[in-house]
Design a protein around this ligand. Structure first.
Ligand code: IMP
Length: 208
C-alpha cells in the first residue's frame, strides 16, 4: 500500500491538550514538521460521536483539516478489556466521569479503575485479566484524503493499583513481559513501549 507523504511545514494537532501537542512536537520536529494546536487556531472541538477509535480519530482530523486548510493529525485512545468484550473501549474517558450529584464534576480515575475491577470480579477469581491499550492516529488533508495508523500494547490488569507515575489507568495496567505497572515504570520506558509509540512508529515509517 502506498501512503501519502507529509511535506515539511505546519501540521495541526487536533487536540486542545497542551501535553499531547508538546509530546507530538518532540516526535515530529526531526522531520521538519511544525505542529500547531487546534486550540491555538481557535478551531472548534467536534463531539466524539463515533463508535470506534478510528471513527473518532477521523472525525477530529477531518474537522481540523477542513477548518484550517492544513494537514491535521488526531488521536483517539483507550483501554480494551478482553473479559468485558472490549469495554471500556471508546468510552474509556467516560467511565471516569463523575456525576454532578457526586460532588465536584470532573474525572476520577480511581473510580474508573474500580469500575473495571468490579466488573471483572463479577466473573469470579479465574477471570481472564488480559487487556490492551490502543492508540489510533488519523492524518487528514484538506482535500479529504486520510490515513489511519493503529498501535497497541498488550498486558494484564492488576489489583490493587500500583505506582504514582503516568495518568489514567496506568496504575492497574502491567504490560506483558514486565513486573511493574505503567505507573511504576520509568516514563521513558513506558513511552518507548506504549500504544502511542507503536502508532507513531507506523506513522513515521509511512509518512516520511
Ligand atoms: P482520549 O484518547 O484523549 O479520548 O483518551 C482516552 C482515555 O484512555 C484517556 O483519558 C485515558 O484514561 C486512557 N488512556 C489512553 N492512553 C493511556 C495511557 O497511556 N495510560 C493510561 N490511560 C490511558
Amino acid at each position: 500500500m502506498t501512503h501519502r507523504k507529509l511535506e515539511p511545514g505546519k501540521l495541526v494537532i487536533a487536540s486542545h491538550n497542551a501535553g499531547k501537542v508538546r509530546e507530538i512536537r518532540t516526535l515530529l520536529e526531526p522531520f521538519g514538521i511544525e505542529p500547531v494546536s487546534a486550540g491555538d487556531l481557535n478551531l472548534p472541538e467536534p463531539e466524539e460521536t463515533g463508535t470506534t477509535f478510528e471513527d473518532n480519530a477521523l472525525l477530529k482530523a477531518h474537522a481540523s483539516a477542513q477548518g484550517s486548510g492544513l494537514p491535521a493529525l488526531a488521536d483517539d485512545s483507550g483501554l480494551c478489556v478482553a473479559a468485558l468484550g472490549g469495554a471500556p473501549g471508546v468510552y474509556t474517558a467516560d467511565w471516569a466521569e463523575r456525576q454532578p450529584y457526586e460532588g465536584e464534576a470532573g474525572r476520577d480515575w480511581y473510580m474508573a479503575m474500580g469500575k473495571v475491577e468490579g466488573k471483572l470480579a463479577e466473573q469470579g477469581p479465574d477471570v481472564d485479566r488480559s487487556a490492551y491499550f490502543i492508540c489510533t492516529l488519523a492524518l487528514a488533508w484538506p482535500d479529504g484524503h486520510a490515513e489511519v495508523f493503529e498501535g497497541r500494547v498488550q498486558g494484564s490488569l492488576i489489583w490493587p493499583p500500583r505506582g504514582t507515575l503516568g495518568f489514567g489507568y496506568d496504575p492497574v495496567f502491567r504490560p506483558d513481559g514486565h513486573d511493574q505497572s505503567f505507573a511504576e515504570l520509568d516514563p521513558a520506558d513506558k513511552h518507548a513501549m506504549s500504544h502511542r509509540a507503536d502508532a507513531f512508529k507506523k506513522l513515521v515509517a509511512a509518512s516520511f
